[in-house]
Design a binder for this molecule. Structure first.
Ligand SMILES: CC(=O)SCCNC(=O)CCNC(=O)[C@H](O)C(C)(C)COP(=O)(O)OP(=O)(O)OC[C@H]1O[C@@H](n2cnc3c(N)ncnc32)[C@H](O)[C@@H]1OP(=O)(O)O
Length: 211
């Protein structure tokens, strides 16, 4: 095996993904593609070039898989880059070995699950989703593509989360709730009603803070 993970974005998030990819032994090597840095090396990992160099690097067998290392401040870019490469290059799926994942859970491509998360029976996590440390996703909950879950997010059972949703650190969603696409939930919020309108929601119970 000579697996090389290409990560789009060499910032903090990209470096965290690189860290888990190597230390948890998912890949032998990691390289970055970044449109903003002029560094050729970040923390010992090479920057192979800009995003325009990704396809060429794949055809030259310099990378075997891809992953998005762009954080919650640029949700559209996260989704757009995934859509550009989804049928052209295999995306990695990295689930830290400390996680518990029920065998009935279905987890998509380009997903990274940080340490100590728990994913229960019949959960569906679509593509290009990030779960930070210690998330709990209870049974029968589904998370659509491109979502970003901060540390310690707790989702109860039968929840539906739309695309490009950001869930802030330590937020809680009670069972049977639907959260629409492009919604942002603040740190520590408790969601007790469906949220269909795009915007930022905070507090206990969570209420619209900003459209
Ligand atoms: C490993 C990692 O680091 S992953 C990332 C983890 N980070 C997070 O989870 C951050 C989550 N972000 C938040 O909670 C943010 O505060 C947001 C997104 C909800 C709001 O951010 P902004 O839109 O910039 O709002 P802003 O800071 O201007 O606050 C607006 C008002 O909402 C209040 N507010 C902001 N966040 C919250 C919150 N989580 N709960 C309750 N009230 C809040 C503020 O106190 C302020 O109230 P005021 O108008 O009475 O003074």
């Amino acid at each position: 095996m000579n697996s090389v993970l290409g990560i789009i974005g060499a910032g903090h998030l990209g470096q965290q993904i690189a860290h888990y990819a190597i230390t948890d032994k998912h890949f032998e090597q990691v390289v970055f593609f970044d449109d903003f840095t002029s560094d050729s090396n970040i923390n010992g990992w090479p920057v192979l070039g800009r995003t325009q160099d990704i396809l060429k690097s794949f055809s030259q067998k310099k990378i075997t898989h891809l992953m998005i290392g762009i954080g919650y401040k640029h949700m559209e870019a996260r989704a757009n880059f995934y859509d550009i490469y989804k049928d052209k290059i295999p995306f990695a799926r990295i689930i830290h070995s400390s996680c518990w994942v029920d065998p009935t859970a279905i987890i998509g491509e380009g997903v990274i699950v940080y340490p100590n998360s728990a994913i229960d029976a019949h959960v569906v996590i679509k593509n290009n989703v990030l779960l930070n440390i210690g998330c709990t996703i209870a049974h029968d909950t589904s998370i659509a593509s491109h979502c970003f879950l901060s540390p310690r997010v707790a989702l109860a059972g039968f929840i539906i989360v739309g695309e490009q949703v950001i869930l802030g650190i330590n937020c809680t969603v009670i069972d049977n709730i639907t959260i629409g696409q492009n919604v942002k939930i603040g740190a520590g919020a408790v969601v007790v009603r469906d949220i269909t309108e795009k915007g930022t929601y905070v507090g206990v119970p969570a209420k619209l803070n900003k459209k």
